[in-house]
Design a protein around this ligand. Structure first.
Ligand code: FAD
Length: 384
């Protein structure tokens, strides 16, 4: 494709960069992956790994649905350590108002071919006996599943390497150049195209981007096999996930294949803690307390279990809650694959397909315009 050392340099070895690198390599493009820290670190290590179809907008639905189909196609090939678990989601309705949301979601999903099941109070209690009594019901989405994201990222990178990609790990890109990228040690990697897949760090290399860091906390428990059967999410989660300004906490819990329970989650802007890379960096006890209290409200027996560890990570949030996938407005040799907020594990595979369809100049399986960076007016730029 070019006379440079590589056709494409993918910057970032999180799940999005890893998936993009693999998709490029599968197209026989020569690929370099540059990862500053470790493959599958960053938000990918901090996230929950819920592969979930969402209905916040038609565009969000299209990308999550498309990606879920791609995950399903890959399912048999995923190694054991990716811990794929087809546990499904239950969206839990606390009261009649939230039950209306259950019916709205049921209609939305059913009309678009996603299998869902409305649960009344009794059916909810049978499906998930650990939930407190007196909840109004819920919506089961059996096609949703769970993975362990860092191992999925490593799996994608290993496959890309097997197809000829070269991994530069522990090497940070300092800047994009006309010829490719310059690393912090001063060395250059020449490439026809560069993909900025650095998640919430994306503005360090492309400063005009409308991407803000949105902090999240998670807590993991000791092993309690069989304690829960589904990923459970309160319907109030949607209200909190939508807020673009205030801090919020909502009940979201995931049974891991190990028997551990992953308890979330929080969303915060304007935090002064900008580390986010270490295992327990930036943990705020007040947020963890609120999160656990909310979880115990829904699952009272959680109060008797042992929590092992809490950590934080940063989602890369855009103003319209959709990722940026495609050429940078001001540098057509740089493609963006960032801004996935709380859905980048799910949408990594769809993102990689849409990105490579654009690079190869061919039609995509779903309309790409909602994700093109060109939709963002320059004046909406906000730095992290
Ligand atoms: C608490 C929490 C819960 C979540 N739960 C879910 C969930 O259940 N389901 C879901 O779908 N999503 C979830 N997400 C979102 C998901 O984790 C992210 O959207 C996804 O991991 C983003 O992947 P990424 O590859 O874009 O970014 P990252 O994983 O952050 O990777 C970016 C990589 O770029 C590297 N990098 C940065 N700068 C440079 C540079 N200059 N040079 C070289 N390398 C660089 C970093 O070291 C990092 O490895 C959650 C997120 C959080 C925080």
């Amino acid at each position: 494709m070019s006379s440079k050392a590589f056709d494409v340099v993918v910057i970032g070895g999180g799940i999005v960069g890893a998936a993009c690198a693999l998709e490029c390599a599968a197209e026989k493009l020569s690929v370099a992956i540059v990862e500053a820290r470790m493959v599958g670190g960053g938000a990918t290590a901090a996230g929950m790994g819920h592969l979930v179809v969402m209905d916040d907008s038609e565009a969000q639905f299209a990308l999550t649905r498309y990606s879920q189909v791609l995950w399903n196609e890959l399912r048999e090939e995923l190694p054991q350590e990716v811990e794929h678990d087809a546990c499904g989601t239950i969206w839990v309705a606390a009261d009649d108002a939230e039950m209306q949301e259950v019916f709205r979601k049921q209609k939305f999903y059913s009309e678009r071919g996603v299998v869902v099941e409305v649960l009344d109070e009794q059916a909810l209690a049978e499906a998930e006996p650990s939930l407190r009594r007196g909840l109004a019901g819920g919506l089961r989405v059996p096609g949703d599943s769970v993975i362990y994201p860092p191992c999925a990222a490593q799996f994608f990178v290993d496959r890309a390497i097997a197809r000829g990609a070269k991994l530069f790990v522990g090497q940070a890109v300092e800047t994009l150049t006309r010829e490719g990228v310059r690393l912090r040690d001063g060395s250059l990697i020449s490439a026809g195209l560069v993909v900025n897949a650095t998640g919430s760090w994306a503005t360090e290399l492309t400063p005009r981007l409308s991407v803000k860091k949105r902090k999240g906390h998670l807590v993991i428990t000791d092993r309690y096999p069989g304690f829960l059967r589904h990923q459970l999410v309160e319907l109030g989660y949607l209200k909190s996930a939508h807020s673009l300004t205030s801090d919020s906490v909502a009940f979201n819990i995931q049974p891991r294949k190990t028997g551990q329970l992953l308890i979330g989650s929080s969303r915060q802007y304007e935090t002064t803690d900008a580390s986010g890379a270490g295992a327990s960096s930036g943990v705020e006890p007040s947020i963890v307390t609120r999160m656990l209290a909310r979880a115990v409200e829904y699952v009272p027996a959680l109060a008797k279990l042992s929590a092992l560890r809490a950590w934080t990570g940063f989602r890369a949030a855009t103003p319209d809650k959709l990722p940026l996938i495609g050429p940078d407005n001001e540098n057509d040799r740089c493609y963006l694959a960032t801004g996935h907020e709380g859905l980048g594990i799910t949408t990594s595979l769809g993102t990689a397909k849409l990105l490579v369809d654009q690079i190869m100049n061919r039609p995509a399986a779903i309309p790409i315009s909602p994700y093109l960076p060109s939709r963002m007016a320059p004046e909406t730029t906000a730095r992290a």
